[in-house]
Design a protein around this ligand. Structure first.
Ligand code: FES
Ligand SMILES: [Fe+2]
Length: 338
């Protein structure tokens, strides 16, 4: 599996990581995550060096992870701290690989490549998730497709007009204004739909009377597969800065070649104390991500063998520029690893 390894990926949501070990496959590797007594997140290869038992089936004993099979114990750096057998010798062959982690913006990031290259400054900014004045609703789900299909999906939000027609179809779509901005570690696909009737989603939150609305849908990509989606709406003519908006977390981490983890969230700047609006956002995420996007990308995944057999290349449309640019960047990162 040619994943780009020298990069930060999201491994888990902080609430998922407790003193009960969590086994999770990331980039094809079995990883065990747990919280140390000091509160930091440990990430080890989920494979005991003795007889290869999954350490995630074990438990924390005195702050160390105990293998469930013959009781070797490990610290958060993967060093064997106890061998209860024979003379208790602990040669280096009893250590297990540990991976750097950073807990930031209510996300747990992991570096699966060369540990010496793990620079936390390369982690993209998701501070909107914890910002005062915003309220975040989100979660984690698995999707049975290669992670690149979800990146393609997210980098062209024009699909909303069709896949998400129940909530997001706009009569201004034929006037869409697009701009793609490519920088060193960020590619943005900026979309504006000016002067339309409010979509079903917008009408839930904004009473426009007989006026029209402007809609913005700007998505940013950061290496390798972390996206931030700015959805905004306002009465036509209102500056973008004064819009009601939501900053969307859309981070995809490969699980296997044929599946991925999807960490999602919406950090809105309105009705932040209204629990009913929390429920509206949960319902919208369930509808858009689980009921609408997931079956589409999984259906395409199901055709991958046929696509490969016929050596098919995707036909290009005007909406594809950002997705193609992102795809080339990821290709280059994957080649570096190979
Ligand atoms: S397999 Fe872990 S101690 Fe034997
Ligand atoms: Fe979608």
């Amino acid at each position: 599996m040619p994943f780009a390894r020298n990069a930060w990926y999201v491994a888990a949501l902080p609430a998922e990581v407790t003193d009960k070990p969590l086994g999770r496959k990331l980039l094809g590797e079995p990883i065990v995550l747990y919280r140390t007594p000091e509160g930091t997140v440990a990430a080890l290869l989920d494979l005991c060096p003795h007889r290869f038992a999954p350490l995630s089936m074990g438990m924390l004993v005195g702050g160390h992870l105990q293998c469930p099979y013959h009781g070797l114990e490990f610290d958060g750096a993967g060093r064997c701290t106890l061998n209860p057998h024979g003379n208790g010798a602990r040669p280096a062959s009893l250590n297990v690989r540990a991976f750097p982690t950073v807990e930031r913006d209510d996300l747990v990031w992991i570096w699966m490549g060369e540990a010496a290259d793990a620079d936390p400054a390369l982690i993209p900014d998701y501070s909107c998730r914890i910002a005062a004045g915003r309220r975040t609703i989100g979660g984690h789900m698995r999707v049975d497709c290669n992670y690149r299909l979800l990146v393609d999906n997210l980098m062209d939000l024009g699909h909303a007009q069709y896949v998400h027609r129940a909530n997001a179809q706009s009569d201004a779509f034929d006037r869409v204004e697009r701009e793609v901005v490519a920088e060193d570690r960020c590619i943005q696909n900026l979309m504006k739909l000016p002067g339309g009737s409010p979509t079903v989603f917008v009408s839930k939150f904004l009473d426009v009377g007989n006026q029209t609305v402007d809609l913005w849908n700007d998505i940013r990509w950061y290496p390798v597969s972390a996206m931030l989606n700015f959805i905004a709406f306002a009465i036509s003519g209102t500056p973008k800065e004064e819009s009601m908006n939501s900053m969307g977390t859309h981070i995809v981490t490969p699980e296997t070649d044929e599946s991925c983890h999807y960490f999602y969230g919406a950090s809105r700047n309105f009705a932040i104390d209204d629990l009913r609006v929390d429920d509206d956002f949960r319902a919208w995420q369930r509808q858009a991500l689980l009921i609408e996007d997931k079956p589409m990308v999984e259906a395409i995944e199901g055709l991958r063998a046929v696509i490969a057999r016929h050596a098919l290349k995707p036909a290009m449309l005007a909406c594809d520029e950002a997705a193609v640019r992102v795809s080339r960047r990821i290709d280059a990162m994957e080649r570096e690893t190979a």
